[in-house]
Each structure stands twice: as C-alpha cells, then as structure tokens.
Design a protein around this ligand. Structure first.
Ligand code: NAD
Length: 356
C-alpha cells in the first residue's frame, strides 16, 4: 500500500529528444525519488538505444506525439535542436503537459510568442532551460542588487568567447536547424543571466555584426574540438551586438566559437551607478569609506545550477508555482538574439517591439 502511494506521488516526466542534453536531464531527474522517467522520443534509434541502456526506458518512440499519449504523463523536457523546440512544445502544452524547453526557446520571437501564448491559454508551465541564473555567482549578484548595492544597473557586458571550440556533434553549424551559431548557442547563456539580474527589461533596439571565417573550413590541428562538419557549416563564428532596453539600460555581447584572443571568456559584468559586479570570477565593485574596493566572496555554495534548474522545474510542476525562468523571459532573450542577427543581416539598427 505504502509503495503504491509513494509511486502515485511521483511526478511523471517524458523526454522529447534523447541526445546529449536530454540525457543530462535524465541523469539529474533519475536521482530524484519523487520523479518517474516514463518515456523518451527521438528520431534516432541510436539515441533511443543509449537512453534505454542508461535509464532503462520501456517507452521509446520515434514520434514524440506517441510519447504525449502516455496516460498520466505530466511534464516533458524538450532537448531537440533549436529548430525543433517550437512545434513539440506547442503540442505538449496543448496536450496539457508542463514543459521545460532547452535554450534558446525557439528560432524567432514569433515562435516564442506562440509558445508563451499557448502556455497561458492552457494554463500550463513553460519553463526555459536557463541554468546560469541559478548559479551561486548569479545569486550572489542578485542579493547585492536586491540590497540596492549597485543602484541603477545601466549596463551589462556579456562575453562568451572560445579561442577554438566549434561544436563537432549535432547540428550546431546549421542555420536552418539552429537559427545561428555562437550567439544563439553560447552567447545566450551569459545574456539570460545578465538580463535576469537587470530585472528582465524589454529590449527596444539592437545593433550587431556577425562573421564566419573558420567553421566553414576543414578543421586544423590546433583545434581542441576537431572535425566539425565544415561542409554544412553556415552559422557565425563571431557575433557582437548591443541592445537598448525600455528602462534606458544597455547590454552588449561578444560570442564566438573561434576568436583569436588570449584566453576563453565566460562572464558578464554589471555596471550600476552605485556599484557593480562580475559573474566569473564572482566579484563586487563598490566605494566604501571613500575607497574603491573589489570584493571577492570568501565562500560560495557549490551549487550545481543544472541540477537546480531541473529540481526547480519539478517543484513548479508539483506546486503550480511560477518559474524563475518563465517563457516570458525566454521570449525577451529571443528578441535580443534575433534583434542582433537582424541588425547583422541588414547592416543597421533594428527596432524591437513588445510582443506579449
Ligand atoms: N542548457 C545547456 O547548458 C545546454 C547545453 C547543451 C545543449 N543545450 C540545448 O539542447 C538542445 C540539444 O542539444 P544537444 O547537445 O543535446 O544536441 P544533440 O544533437 O546531442 O541532441 C539532439 C537530439 O534531438 C534529436 N531530434 C532531432 N529532431 C527530433 C525530433 N523531431 N523529435 C525527437 N528528437 C529529435 C536528435 O536525434 C538528437 O538525438 C539544443 O537546443 C541546445 O541549445 C543546452
């Protein structure tokens, strides 16, 4: 009897996509004793085989619509390539499931808007797989902002720069399936966290440029991740952009899979009129007793932000509480990404309108 009750209380989760990130979701969720992994869908039999081997799935499908038919399935995570986030998310929401969809939530603000509207209409959770906002460093900065240590945060400078790290798996070099390269794939991580800490303002205009110069050529011996598929590579190696928000604040980003720089950069800096802070390494900059001081935390908890994002999703499914990484935030981030891409394509600044 007790076992049956315990089993009943488990949150039943399925997976659309069984690739690298979905297996990461599975790993963390499998460790939670109030979660049951009920099934997985992937167009690749190989991916399904790996998932079954690792997690013992008995429900494996090549069409995600069959997964959505499982009785009592409450929620899904969507870990397909970016171009396959929108439709499965809509179908899952319309089938009454809560959804965690990986970053970036979609290929365009139009897709993202439809997803947000579907979640609202069906009164289901739409959570975006942003994890950096949950990190100990971001939470440290959040506490300083909430305590008004930074004053008005006017500017965020985001850097996601690899000296040479062009993805050599999946379809990360294909614009039709991913929507872009370094900006949408890795720039998005620093943008989501910085934008969240700025209070998630509405972007109103964007300016940017993008460049392809290494990924579309055969990999060389200096590459740490060699043998990417250069023949189908048509995304940017480097994107730079600047976005203005409706509250007057500005965000800039530099994102690259292959930048000729001294060392990789994975950080953002927030500049307020009273103080500032940095993500990596975590630091706070302020004036104290007529002295400029740089503060480094003596201790930060060893938070696993990826685990936190999945635990947070399960908690939201179980309680119905709103998420700290909702679809609405995903849409604003999508507008930042696509605004920069549109500016890069057209060669001029683009205006961005509020969509929901
Ligand atoms: N949050 C993070 O830190 C993080 C890290 C890596 C990747 N991601 C995101 O996760 C997503 C997937 O990345 P990945 O590295 O796992 O890629 P991957 O190539 O390893 O996995 C994608 C899987 O989706 C499957 N797939 C493709 N079309 C499908 C469909 N129609 N139905 C079902 N399955 C389908 C593929 O067969 C593949 O197994 C991307 O959106 C990426 O941006 C997020």
């Amino acid at each position: 009897m007790e076992v049956t009750l315990a089993k009943k209380r488990k949150t039943k989760i399925g997976f659309i996509g069984g690739g690298g990130i979905s297996r990461h979701h599975m790993k963390y969720l499998a460790e939670m004793d109030d979660v049951e992994l009920v099934g997985v869908a992937d167009v690749s039999e190989d991916a399904l085989g790996l998932c079954s081997e690792q997690f013992g799935f008995s429900n494996c499908f090549t069409d995600y619509k069959d997964l959505l038919k499982i009785k009592d399935l409450q929620a899904v995570t969507v870990g397909t390539p970016n171009g396959m986030h929108h439709q499965p998310t809509l179908d899952a929401l319309n089938a009454g499931k809560d959804v965690l969809v990986e970053k970036p939530m979609a290929m365009s603000p139009a897709e993202a808007t439809e997803m947000v509207k579907a979640a609202r209409k069906k009164k289901r959770l739409l959570v975006i797989g942003f994890q950096h906002r949950f990190s100990a460093a971001a939470q440290m900065l959040k506490r300083s902002i909430d305590d008004d240590q930074f004053g008005n945060v006017m500017y965020a400078r985001c850097l996601a720069l690899r000296r040479r790290g062009i993805p050599n798996w999946g379809v990360f070099g294909r614009k039709d399936l991913q929507g872009g390269g370094a900006l949408i794939d890795i720039g998005v991580h620093m943008i989501e966290a910085a934008h969240y800490l700025m209070g998630s303002p509405q972007p109103v205009s964007a300016f940017g440029s993008s460049y392809t110069y290494i990924g579309d050529k055969p990999s060389d011996t200096v590459s740490s991740w060699p043998n990417w598929d250069y023949k189908s590579y048509n995304v940017e190696d480097l994107a730079v952009g600047m976005v203005r928000f409706d509250n007057g604040a500005t965000l800039s980003v530099e994102a690259s899979f292959a930048a000729h720089i001294g060392k990789d950069e994975w950080t953002f800096t927030l500049m307020g009129d009273k103080g500032g802070g940095q993500f990596n390494p975590p630091m706070i900059f302020k004036d104290e007793s007529d002295t400029m001081v740089n503060l480094s935390p003596e201790f930060l908890p060893n938070t696993d932000e990826f685990r936190h994002k999945l635990r947070h999703f399960v908690d939201c499914v179980q309680t119905g509480n709103p998420s700290d990484a909702p679809g609405e935030h995903g849409l604003l981030v999508q507008q930042i990404l696509n605004g920069i891409y549109e500016s890069a394509d057209t060669g001029h600044e683009v205006k961005i309108k509020k969509l929901v």
